[in-house]
Design a protein. Structure first.
Length: 291
């Protein structure tokens, strides 16, 4: 048995130990161990979790692996996983979360067959804790994040935390405890969650593009839009012939409401159009520049 044991897990009568030398298993309460590495393309195992009859292993350089036969064979499960340096794996209901080193958090809703990035929050995700639909994530350098919608948006919840190097969590008696490389900190769950629920009520629930105002305008006008899901947003202005004359937004945006000031001082009077594309949503509005 490799002496550097990084993670432990139990499934039925079998113990599993992830180490810097692969995964070991024992069916006699640790008296004897055998190595289980068939199909495992990494010797450095950082996390092992159990979900139903399946076993998942996270590695620090080869991503996530799945075993359906108690660790005898492993299959790579990295579709959509753009960062394969896994710090931690965790299960909450039907969801699997993977915390990476430098790539943020990834979520799988199909038992690890595919992964989606929910990177807007923590970058170096090292630990998870769950309280119903509330997901706490420890960032190895930036404190604690909380999401109540599986990573659509995140909020820092580490006020008063004396050490941001989070290594582990546990929830007990309506408190969340955070283990760090400098001790243990705790906070009442209700205090953290109350503010998040209030903020969540103010977030947009639908995509929308508002009519510019004033309209007609000279030379400036305001354009507002809302997005209920983080992602790539493009907002462009076109002339009557369909030519792009200005790109107002072309970047990843978090959930929220936005206001853009468009200045048409260099344009001629006439009819123009502005178009938004975001998360499959497209909308076009007409505006009139009248000098």
């Amino acid at each position: 048995l490799n002496n550097w044991i990084i993670t432990l897990a139990a499934k039925d009568s079998i113990l599993f130990a992830g180490s810097s030398g692969g995964i070991y298993s024992s069916d006699d309460n640790g008296a004897n161990w055998v190595v289980d590495t068939s199909g495992l393309n990494s010797a450095y195992v950082t996390s092992i979790i159990v979900k139903g009859n399946d076993l998942f292993a996270g590695t620090n350089n080869a991503g996530v692996f799945l075993s359906t036969n108690d660790g005898k064979n492993w299959a790579e499960q990295n579709t959509g996983l753009t960062n394969t340096n896994i710090n931690a794996l965790a299960v909450n209901g039907s969801n699997i979360f993977a915390g990476t080193n430098g790539g943020g958090v990834f979520l799988s809703t199909d038992n690890s067959e595919s992964w989606n990035s929910v990177r807007e929050g923590p970058v170096e995700a090292t630990a998870f804790a769950f309280y119903g639909n509330k997901v706490f994530v420890g960032d190895g350098a930036r404190g604690i994040y909380l999401t109540i919608n599986n990573g659509v948006n995140w909020t820092r919840v580490d006020s008063g935390l004396g050490n941001y190097n989070i290594t582990s969590f546990v929830i007990k008696d309506n408190f969340i405890f955070a283990g760090t490389n400098g001790g243990v900190f705790r906070s009442p769950l209700d205090d953290l969650i109350a503010g998040i629920e209030t903020n969540r009520n103010n977030l947009p629930e639908n995509f929308s593009l508002s009519q510019n105002y004033p309209n007609p305008f000279n030379p400036s006008t305001i354009i507002n839009y809302q997005i209920p899901k983080s992602g790539l947003v493009t907002l462009k202005v076109y002339d009557i012939l369909g030519r792009v004359i200005a790109t107002l937004v072309n970047e990843e945006k978090p959930v929220g409401s936005y206001e853009i000031n468009f200045n048409g001082s260099r344009l001629s009077s006439g009819i123009y159009f502005y178009r938004i594309q975001a998360g499959g949503y497209t909308s076009i509005k007409k505006m009139i520049l009248l000098k």
